[in-house]
Write a protein that binds this ligand. Structure first.
Ligand code: PBG
Ligand code: ZN
Length: 276
């Protein structure tokens, strides 16, 4: 994925210092463990890669808001977002307990916000209950509420080593032609206690961002995903488009559609462009 790298904890801290100096208020962390296994154990270990990284960032750069991805696809050897049944299907209900445990380890390490991206049914309620029980009622959940099964995730899966070994994510992610289903999914997450609701991808789903913004009172986040970012990079490299101009036009469009927060790989570039 162009301009996006896997970082050691040491280099991550340097990166976060730079990010903060550019005026970027928050970061979203994805972890890649040294070893993957069927249960994705590193994801819910207090000594896991994310938990270690959060502690290091909170030590060195206490002012930046740290959001952690809560999911299993980077941690499981099969690459699915949850654990599997004997038949190889994703086991929704068995996954809920370890998702909740994972979120709790993130909060213990000092995460400011947890962001479940797995799309299991019932996970917002399960995570909320676990956080509250451990004394983290003040840690908000940013839920990937309307997450479509999208071809735009390709570069991320390469970078995060999270392509499923078999099958795909269509059983737990949404079908691109459906708009009203997004509103139902968001309503469920809100009912379960989500504090911020996310639409993903962003650029190809501006209509969904707009509808969610109009229908709900919570902050709406939009994830400008890896494929949306990478196609601009590729076209700019070929000399077909002005990359900076497209980047700002895309971010402006996502904002105009109604996003209160934008998650984007273009954050550093955008901060530099805006400071010019
Ligand atoms: C997995 C996850 C994905 C992304 C964020 N979390 C990929 C997927 O669902 O396969 C995609 C991010 C991107 O493409 O930028 N839970
Ligand atoms: Zn996942």
């Amino acid at each position: 994925m162009p301009g996006v790298f896997q970082l050691s904890v040491e280099n991550l801290v340097k990166e976060v210092k730079e990010v903060e100096s550019l005026g970027i208020p928050a970061i979203l962390l994805f972890g890649i463990p040294a070893k993957k296994d069927p249960l994705g154990k590193d994801a819910y270990s207090d000594r896991g890669i994310i938990q270690t990284a959060v502690r290091a960032i909170k030590d060195a750069v206490p002012g930046i808001l740290v959001i952690t991805d809560v999911c299993f696809c980077e941690y499981t050897d099969h690459g699915h977002c949850g654990i599997l049944t004997k038949d190889g299907d994703v086991d929704n209900d068995a996954t809920l307990a370890i998702l909740a445990q994972s979120a709790a380890t993130h909060a213990r390490a000092g995460a400011d916000v947890v962001a479940p991206s797995d799309m299991m049914d019932g996970r917002v309620a399960a995570i909320r209950e676990a956080l509250d029980k451990e004394g983290f009622a003040g840690v908000p959940i940013m839920s990937y509420a309307a997450k479509y099964a999208s071809g735009f995730y390709g570069p991320f899966r390469d970078a995060a080593e999270s392509t499923p070994k078999s099958g795909d994510r269509r059983s737990y992610q949404m079908d691109p032609p459906n708009a009203r289903e997004a509103l139902r999914e968001v309503a469920l997450d809100v009912q379960e206690g989500a504090d911020i609701v996310m639409v993903k991808p962003a650029l190809a789903y501006l209509d969904i961002i707009c509808r969610v913004r109009e229908a709900f009172d919570l902050p709406v986040a939009a994830y400008n995903v890896s494929g949306e970012y990478s196609i601009v990079k590729a076209a700019a490299k070929l000399g077909w488009v002005d990359g900076d101009r497209l980047t700002m036009e895309i971010l402006t469009a996502i904002k105009r559609a109604g996003a209160d927060l934008i998650l984007t790989y273009s954050a550093k570039e955008a901060a530099r462009i805006l400071a010019r």
